[in-house]
Design a protein around this ligand. Structure first.
Ligand code: 6PG
Length: 470
């Protein structure tokens, strides 16, 4: 009987492409899907790669086809479906075997599953996979969490299927238990921010400048040749250029402005807040998607809040170069907030995350791959002043040069009445982080006034109270 070192459960688009990727790299892979008709269909459409695929008609057959210690990748919808698959596999596996969750799991679930399975003598890896369908098929970025010896057992397969940056695989074991899924979550948070910033540029040009999608596409295509070079900027140009085959109009104009979200962006923000941080640029992006759902209310608001519309005076002109610089600056801010969150979580959960390695494995394969990541990896290797990417010398210089354009962009949005929540949040955070004396002295005074919460005096002494008349 043909056997394999690795199995895969869940032949949806991502799972199927990952299985083909594994097979193409010369590893046999046993595959199973809950809707069993899909298994034969998948194998028979795999062409030459079918010789490396073993169709398993049941979880039992899948496990029987694996060489011990067995490794099974689970690529099903995050949440309860993952627990259901684990529950079916668990009695079939033996101590030393391993389950790998390659979905977009919430890292708290990953920590729980890892602890439960470890008690039963089974290994569990939480493996974040980024790059969409194409990435899964031809080389994703892979962020792994779990025990080192478990990762070692499958490292050759993971590195073979991962994207390569200058020949180096974009895959790494980043820390124990939920570390990989946490890093993937923050990756997605940054993805949300980047896409929101791009959409805000589109809005400023479409509504502020009456520019057609085709012309905006040209701008993004040009920017993709410079410091903004990135997958998301590249595909923005492609998307804006596309024509709707039904109407002949720009495709983007035929799409309802209500964004979906599956949870990773929201989790990024929730975790940031729980760790005493604020990933405000990412939060603005999540919020923008959430409010996009209130489409009927927004339509009504156009009339109800007509009085709040801008009067039309004073909006600064904005050049294309301004927008390029503003997008660059705000993108760096979003990454910086993401990195700070990774650092905070690393301390909280004892993961010992290496930010430079994370930036390195994001350089190819993943959705947020960008020309900036190589410089970010180098900055992280050198050590970030006060833990902040925006303070790294090269980035501080870049931000100094781009800040005037970022200010004009936010001012233009505000005075033209065009929402730019992510740009605004990015600018507000930059200004916060260059303000030696903030305004929370007054917050402290107010807290003390109504609740006797006490404050720290600048000339010494904690738990102090003000002379408020009571
Ligand atoms: C990736 C993507 C991928 C997926 C997100 C989209 O890295 O390959 O991030 O994970 O596209 O789940 O998330 P939303 O549906 O929440 O936008």
């Amino acid at each position: 009987m043909k056997t394999a070192r690795i199995g895969l459960i869940g032949l949806g688009v991502m799972g199927a492409n990952l299985a083909l990727n594994i097979a193409e790299k010369g590893f046999a892979v046993a595959v199973y899907n809950r809707t069993t008709e899909r298994i034969g269909e998948f194998v028979s459409s795999a062409g030459d790669l079918a010789e490396n695929l073993i169709a398993a008609e049941s979880p039992q057959a899948l496990v029987a086809a694996l060489q011990p210690p067995r490794a099974v990748i689970v690529m099903v919808k995050a949440g309860a479906p993952v627990d259901a698959v684990i529950a079916r596999l668990r009695p079939l596996l033996e101590p030393g075997d391993m389950i790998i969750d390659a979905g977009n799991a919430n890292f708290h679930d990953t920590r729980r599953r890892e602890a439960e399975l470890r008690k039963a003598g089974l290994a569990f890896l939480g493996m974040g996979v980024s790059g969409g369908e194409e990435g899964a098929r031809h080389g994703p970025s892979i962020m792994v969490g779990g025990q080192a010896e478990s990762y070692e057992a499958i490292r050759d397969i993971v590195e073979a299927i991962a994207a390569k940056y200058e020949g180096r695989p974009c895959a790494a074991l980043l820390g124990p238990d939920g570390a990989g899924h946490f890093v993937k979550t923050v990756h997605n948070g940054i993805e949300y921010a980047d896409m929101q910033l791009i959409a805000e540029v589109y809005g400023l040009l479409r509504d502020g400048d009456r520019r057609a999608p085709e012309r905006i596409a040209g701008l993004f295509a040009r920017w993709n040749e410079g410091p903004l070079q990135s997958y998301l900027v590249e595909i923005t140009a492609e998307v804006l250029r596309a024509t709707d085959p039904l109407t002949g109009r720009p495709m983007v104009e035929m799409i309802v402005d209500r964004a979906g979200q599956k949870g990773t962006g929201r989790w990024t923000v929730i975790e940031a807040l729980s760790l005493g941080q604020s990933a405000s640029t990412i939060e603005a992006a999540v919020g923008a998607r959430s409010w996009s759902a209130a489409r009927e209310a927004r339509a009504a608001g156009a009339a109800i809040l007509a009085g709040a519309a801008p009067s039309g005076e004073g909006a600064p002109a904005l050049s294309d170069d301004d927008l390029e610089q503003a997008l660059l600056a705000a993108r760096v801010v979003a990454y910086s907030q993401g990195f700070s969150l990774l650092q905070a979580a690393s301390e909280e959960y004892g993961w010992n995350l290496d930010l430079a390695t994370i930036a390195e494995i994001w350089r190819a394969g993943c959705i947020i791959r960008s020309g900036l990541l190589n410089d970010m990896a180098a900055a992280a290797r050198q050590g970030l002043p006060h833990g902040l990417l925006i303070f790294a010398p090269d980035f501080a210089r870049m931000l100094a040069a781009a800040a005037p354009a970022l200010r004009r962009t936010v001012a233009r949005g505000a005075l033209a009445g065009l929402p730019v929540p992510a740009f605004s949040a990015a600018l507000a955070w930059l200004d916060t982080m260059r303000q030696p004396r903030g305004t929370t002295d007054l917050i402290q005074a107010l807290r003390d006034f109504f609740g006797a919460h006490g404050f720290e005096r600048i000339d010494g002494g904690t738990g102090q109270h003000g002379p408020w008349a009571k």
